[in-house]
Design a binder for this molecule. Sequence first.
Ligand code: HEM
Length: 454
Amino acid sequence: MEAENGDLLRPLTLKQYHISEDYGFVLREPLEDLPPYYQPWMEIAKNVTELIYSHSLRTRVHEMPLLETELLQDHRELRLAHLALSIITMGYVWQEGESDTVKVLPRNLAVPYWCVSNKLGLPPILTHADAVLANWKRKDHPHSEINMENLELLFTLPGGTSVHGFFMVTLLVELAAVPGIKAIPQAINGVNQGDVTTVTEALKSISLALDDMVEALKLMHDYVEPSVFYGIMRIYLSGWKDNPSMADGLVYEGVQEEPLEYSGGSAAQSSLLHCFDELLGVKHQGSSGAFLMRMRSHYMLPAHTHFVQHISRCRPSLRDFVLEQGDEALDSAYKHCVARLVAMRNYHINLVARFITQPASRAKKLRLSGVDADEENSAITQAPSALETRGTGGSGIMSFLKTVRDRTRALSDSPSAQPIGAEGAQRHSTVGVPKKAPAEASFLSWLTSKIWSQ
Ligand code: HEM
């Protein structure tokens, strides 16, 4: 399924990468139960929160039978099994907080988890593909509208209604993006056919989808309590890579003796912005680029990774096409789309400030003052100090997010304005002088940016 050169010559479809026209990357109607043989997993996964609060999850896991995975054949069964085992694993590791973590994931959990992960091509840790894309059901009949009131989680973790809010609002962001995802093949096929109107329309659809994604993001304020997110929920999403409280990683017993390191769940693992970045020509570099590339290569479903790779390999790229055409409407649709992507990233940065930076500084002040926290602040004082400045995916949060935003913004003055490094320069060297200089950029500035890029 990996994007071969031959694939790049045929019209691109979503179907070829198992992406739904209606649900995008979201798993269509996830299964709610596994065959009866797997009840021991399901019973524990369904009750993880209570088992964590009663400090008995680890004991229950030790008593769990070692089950075979051969009965799991269907994709949706495997997704449910991965989700259930991921939820159990996050609870097992973090049951006692950051001060009493474990070094070993026991064989009866680690071995089947490893097998299921291999079958799916996902890592053996909770990912965005589990917690968001496959962790939902409608409360009522199968074709009813999807909204916050009508959605339920299959599995939850400590944090009460904020957990529902966090995963379900993220799901709504994924669904809001669907018209934009559908416009990607339209844009790419349009470029290949030299069809300026089709590409312009596709870019407009993506801009609208980005605005709808921001509207969905806004719901986070209504459904998630920052102190609960910061103080209670985040630890259960965090991993054992770049995490001082699990500095040695985790041994998956019965799989291999050496400890393994995996990043925690993060929407940086969502394919959405990876697709839009590749389509528009945003190039992330340095440590931010490496982090995003790691998320793309190891923490997404392989079909989704291959879709992103397909977009990145298309020649001519959409950006080169915009440059070459010098069409005013196309140029303006492109710039508008980049601006909407910047706006989405700006909104996200504000969200991170409210849900992480502000509670972190309150927690620090409380710690230094030695004063007992009131009811409102008691949750944030429980927060793991290792996550004060790091995301659950392990990134150094604000500098990472701002670098990523700035790389996007650098494209917005003109399609040719982004200073690009070796990778970009190589791509660019194949581009000749545009038929017409881009509408709002003088030929001189176009030339200057070319010199920049060499
Ligand atoms: C309360 C809500 C949220 C918070 C606190 C939050 C926090 C973070 C943090 C800390 C990172 C840095 C990577 C890491 O180490 O995990 C990140 C990255 C990212 N998040 Fe969020 N996030 C939130 C909601 C969302 C939602 C709903 C989406 C949409 C799907 C999203 C999309 C992204 C993306 C795409 C990145 C990678 C950076 C980029 O491409 O701009 N986030 N987020």
